[in-house]
Design a protein around this ligand. Structure first.
Ligand code: ADP
Ligand code: MG
Length: 674
């Protein structure tokens, strides 16, 4: 790693900011877009909004302070004048724009108050007869203090210096009509004028697909190697016993066939000598909690502790209550750990966990903080795993020698993601809902029809039902957000005086939240106004009406999760999505998808297409290296081939695999999710 040509330490720091640590990284730093700068346009022929290059001399340049500090230059060619405006600039830029000096200026012109202008154009001083570039000009993602021209030179040097030879056997690419690695890179950095820009930009060009495929192969190698490394580790086997049967006998329902199947898979893994890394996915309401409970019992019966971690206090609390009601009759102690405990309560809980007196610990992220010591952690369960970062998940598993791990996800992972990011995990899927559920009817209602909705709330509650009224999260301001919830609560209370209207939001003290949720659970609150704190996991089967305000502001998986709070009992359930016109294109497609589909897998797949994998993986905050070029959904064919070839290549040519990984990952951490 490192650069094979001299790079000043200042530049090195900036390159590092871009994640570029050596020749190979720079060679793989692809343009954001390409511009056709092969022609000079006369200033008088500039069209607003269209990128163009002009060649002009500086008339004057100065820093102005109104309306705000900015560098403004006037330039002219034979028969036109143009204003250049820089809102952020370096003193060196002012110095370089000396009157009389000739520049090539690339940018988009727009009509300003004082005539035609370009904001933040790219300027390069030139001699009058300097040749024009022959191909398209790459524009790279960059950072402050590193101009396009310097970055372009660095990339070109790296392309000279880096080893771009083919690494994997030629048959890896047989029949795919893809260019060689080196040719693909050269083409992407410096496309010939004839290359169709549209194909490059849509990333459907074979050169781009070659890189995407290589990247997917690197990901497969890395995940398979991580899985193999794990298979060499030892875990303490948690042999199956009688406790799970005892719980099942006490439940008012029997497991569905799908639950039976996943429970067999998990139970078998727990009894093995390799640490389990299993993802249990199942749509909202498919009954994952009881499976987690059974797994805890198998661990406890084998003499080890289990930990259950949930992303929100409300959900952790609900798990704690549920597990206590199931486990205490079996003589099993459940400890509760959340940030809200008093110091004395916390000390006690920590002591019970450390001594092993508590068999099971339930809590939020408080569970993996430093002071928490388990006596003998055999199983770590993470609910709603996509809400946690990888680091947090690892922190919990580090609490035991090599505990088994079970991750639950109600945001089902599309097959493409399971094959890519989760290839080192085993996946169990609950693919049916418990019997007796009535599908939730979804209605899209314009915000203007509030009165009808109030009538409906009244009717549902009069028949003994309950309802949620969800106010959106407004990102810019938690205060405004809270105010909206408070106002909505007051409004509903005055318009529905015969109902008990409760309120829960993120700013409340945990004890208050808990009291409200308990009252809702017991049907002492009929209508619950809330912010998105109830998004995940909350289980009140008697609630059958969900109203979501400003549904257009929510993401797809959020809407699906929220809607999943109803339809949990035998009552016919309705979810009303209030929206406010006008709708953006994006919002319209989200609402259409959620309206048309009740299937979490389909919704997740659409979400992946709309937003990319970051959100689904919860990887944004986790630091998992994301795919830079490939998109598992768009490049599904490449992914399938990479997944098929990966293990085979590892077995056949381990050295080439290692070299390929070095090229693609370099100094980066392994892609493994732990
Ligand atoms: P999720 O998968 O979203 O976490 P939960 O575990 O909260 O779902 O289960 C949703 C509801 O379904 C709970 O009230 C739970 O008790 C109930 N449930 C789970 N399994 C069954 C089953 N096999 N038959 C009937 N009800 C079930
Ligand atoms: Mg759940």
């Amino acid at each position: 790693m490192g650069f094979s040509f001299p790079v000043s330490s200042a530049i090195k720091t900036r390159l590092e900011k871009l994640g570029l640590h050596g020749d190979a990284d720079l060679a793989l730093h692809l343009p954001l877009r390409w511009e056709d700068e092969t022609r000079i346009t006369a200033i008088r022929d500039l069209a607003p909004g269209r990128p163009a290059v002009v060649q002009a001399r500086v008339i004057d340049a100065e820093v102005r302070y109104r309306p705000r500090r900015q560098l403004v230059a006037t330039v002219a060619d034979d028969d036109g004048q143009l204003i250049l405006r820089f809102l952020n600039f370096y003193p060196s830029q002012l110095q370089s724009l000396r009157p009389g000096r000739l520049f090539r200026i690339a940018g988009e012109a727009r009509g300003g108050f004082f005539g035609l202008e370009m904001v933040h154009p790219r300027c390069q001083a030139v001699e009058p007869d300097a040749p024009m570039p022959e191909g398209l000009t790459p524009v790279y993602p960059t950072t402050a203090g590193l101009g396009q021209a310097s970055l372009r030179k660095l990339v070109d040097k790296a392309l000279q210096a880096a080893d771009l030879a083919e690494i994997l056997p030629a048959d890896t690419y047989a029949g795919m009509a893809l260019p060689a690695f080196e040719d693909a890179l050269r083409l992407l950095h410096h496309p010939d004028p004839g290359v169709p820009l549209a194909a490059l930009e849509s990333r459907a060009h074979p050169a781009f697909r070659r890189l995407a495929f290589d990247e997917l192969l690197a990901q497969q190698f890395s995940l398979h190697l991580a899985r193999a490394a794990r298979a060499r580790k030892h875990a303490i086997p948690l042999r199956p016993g009688k406790l799970p049967q005892a719980l099942l006998a006490a439940l008012p329902f029997g497991l569905t066939a799908a639950q039976e199947k996943v429970w067999r898979e998990i139970s078998r893994d727990l009894g093995g000598e390799r640490p389990m890394r299993r993802l249990l996915q199942g749509d909202v309401g498919s009954g994952k909690t009881v499976i987690a409970a059974l797994a805890c019992l198998q661990a406890v019966e084998a003499g080890m502790q289990a930990a259950v971690m949930a992303p929100t206090e409300i959900l952790a609390e609900q798990h704690c209550q549920k597990l206590r009601s199931w486990f205490e009759p079996l003589g099993i102690e459940v400890a509760w750990l959340a940030s809200a405990l008093t110091p004395a309560q916390k000390k006690l809980a920590l002591a019970r966990i450390a001594s092993g007196a508590a068999h099971v610990a339930v809590g939020t992220h408080a569970l993996f903080q430093k002071g928490v010591q388990f006596h003998d952690l055999g199983l770590a369960i993470v609910d709603e795993q996509h809400r946690f970062g990888v680091k947090q998940r690892l922190a919990l598993s580090a609490k035991g020698a090599e505990p088994h791990q079970l991750m639950l996800s109600a945001t089902p992972i599309p097959r493409t993601l399971a094959m890519s990011y989760f290839a080192d995990l085993d996946v169990s899927t609950i693919d049916e809902l418990p019997p007796g559920r009535t599908p939730v009817v979804t209605k899209l209602v314009a915000d203007t029809r509030r009165d009808e909705i109030l009538q409906r709330v009244r009717a549902v509650c009069r028949q003994g039902g309950q309802a949620y009224w969800v106010c959106p999260l407004i990102e810019e301001s938690e205060k405004v957000d809270l105010q909206t919830a408070l106002d909505t609560h007051a409004m509903l209370q005055s318009q529905l005086p015969e109902l008990t209207v409760g309120l829960v939001h993120g700013r409340m003290k945990p004890a208050q939240k808990q009291a409200v949720m308990a009252a809702f659970q017991a049907n002492r609150i009929e209508l619950l106004v809330s912010t998105t704190v109830i998004e995940v996991g909350v289980d009140v089967p008697n609630a059958s009406l969900m109203i979501i305000e400003h549904a257009e502001r929510f993401g797809l998986s959020q809407l699906h999760q929220l809607r999943g709070r109803v339809g949990r009992g035998a009552r016919e359930s309705v979810c009303i999505l209030f929206f406010q016109n006008p709708l953006s294109e994006d919002a319209r497609s989200r609402l259409r998808i959620i309206y048309e589909s009740a299937d979490g897998f389909e919704i997740a797949r659409q979400d992946l297409l709309l937003r990319g994998p970051g959100e689904l993986l919860g990887a944004r905050q986790s630091g998992v290296p994301m795919l830079r070029f490939a998109n598992p959904e768009r490049d599904r064919d490449l992914l399938e081939r990479a997944a098929r070839l990966g293990p085979d290549l590892i077995a056949r040519c381990p050295e080439a695999v290692a070299a390929h990984l070095q090229r693609w990952l370099g100094a980066r951490a392994a892609l493994s999710a732990g």
